[in-house]
Design a protein. Structure first.
Length: 311
């Protein structure tokens, strides 16, 4: 029996629940000869800003134990070039294209969304709330429930497409942030983004990344990300897209049991550029082997009842 792999997130039907994460899959077209885009649920673009951005100085990516750190600095072609040069090439594929949006002031986010509203070929927007707000002395949108609520309310008011809000994990209470985003009108949540981290070269006594700190991703963060998805899922009713260190189909199952409706794969694409496709096809095989008729049946099925006594 073939398992039913389709899932629906905020009204968007995805062929399967496995998407490529923002910043690790370019604008999709860079991967069209490597990955069968028609076999994955979709992908999230590199973060798009109002104007093109060059990003931070090198070194800006390093490998760490069970993961990597990056401080790319949100380098991107800018929303105008994305719409004119990248988006038209994606029309031939049936997977969902989700545009990741960021800015340093709320007006920047709104300008990107308004530009995207006028274009065809995207299923949803994903707001990256992990950016420092220049009007609020660098306070990160996603670490202040009030600022997050204001950003989401205003973004939702102008958005013509479903709005996913990507939460920062660098907070004390992910449930509070999840609730703030839901109350402000988010249609779905993506979590988590990277964890702020520091790695030091002890010979030179200098930071190993030019930006000093960077964002930690990959398998090292997975159990924390799974815990955050579980906590957020208990706090809100809107669907959750879980990510953080997913490398195998079994990792994706873990996130779904914790409460995710769909998942994203980021860092794994650096080791294996076909990771997203492998995880999507592997998840279908896992469901068939484990007699899971519909992949959506996994969502939130973590069993926390007391363990039976041993022996
Ligand atoms: C090199 C790199 C660039 C990233 N760029 C973005 C970005 O532009 N926007 C965003 O929301 N997240 C960005 N992320 C975060 C990832 O989408 C993802 O949330 C995070 O890496 C955790 O998932 P993973 O462990 O599967 O990589 C980036 C991550 C990496 C490694």
């Amino acid at each position: 029996m073939k398992p039913q792999m389709e899932v629906t997130v905020a009204g968007i039907r995805l062929r399967n629940p496995v998407l490529a994460a923002s910043g690790t899959f370019g604008y999709g077209i860079e991967f069209e000869e490597i990955v069968s885009l028609d076999r994955i649920g979709g992908f999230v673009t590199k973060g798009l800003s109002r104007e093109p951005m060059a990003g931070n100085a090198a070194p800006r990516i390093i490998e760490t134990a069970a993961g990597m750190m990056n401080a790319i600095g949100l380098q991107n072609v800018g929303v105008k070039a994305f719409i004119e040069k990248k988006l038209p090439q994606l029309r031939k594929y049936s997977c969902a294209v989700i545009a990741n949006v960021f800015g340093y002031e709320i007006e920047d986010y709104l300008a990107v969304i308004e530009a995207l509203n006028a274009a065809e070929g995207m299923a949803a927007y994903e707001l990256n709330a992990s950016c420092p707000n220049t009007k609020h002395g660098g306070q990160v949108f996603g670490t202040d429930a009030g600022l997050l609520g204001e950003l989401v309310t205003r973004a939702k008011a102008v958005s013509k497409r479903p709005l996913f809000v990507k939460l920062s994990p660098n907070v004390t209470s992910i449930s509070e942030m999840a609730r703030a985003a839901e109350q402000a009108g988010a249609d779905a949540l993506s979590l988590v983004n990277t964890f702020v981290a520091l790695s030091i070269d002890i010979k030179t006594r200098r930071p190993r990344i030019a930006n000093i700190t960077g964002g930690l991703s990959g398998p090292a963060i997975r159990p924390i990300a799974v815990r955050m998805v579980w906590e957020a899922a208990k706090a809100v009713k809107i669907p959750i897209i879980g990510l953080g260190g997913i490398t195998t189909p079994e990792d994706a199952v873990e996130f779904m049991l914790a409460g995710a409706t769909a998942v994203q794969v980021g860092t794994a694409s650096y080791a294996d550029p076909r990771a997203v496709e492998h995880i999507a096809t592997g998840l279908e095989r896992w469901c068939a082997r484990n007699h899971v008729e519909r992949v959506s049946d996994l969502t939130g099925k973590l069993d926390t009842s007391p363990q039976p006594a041993q022996g």
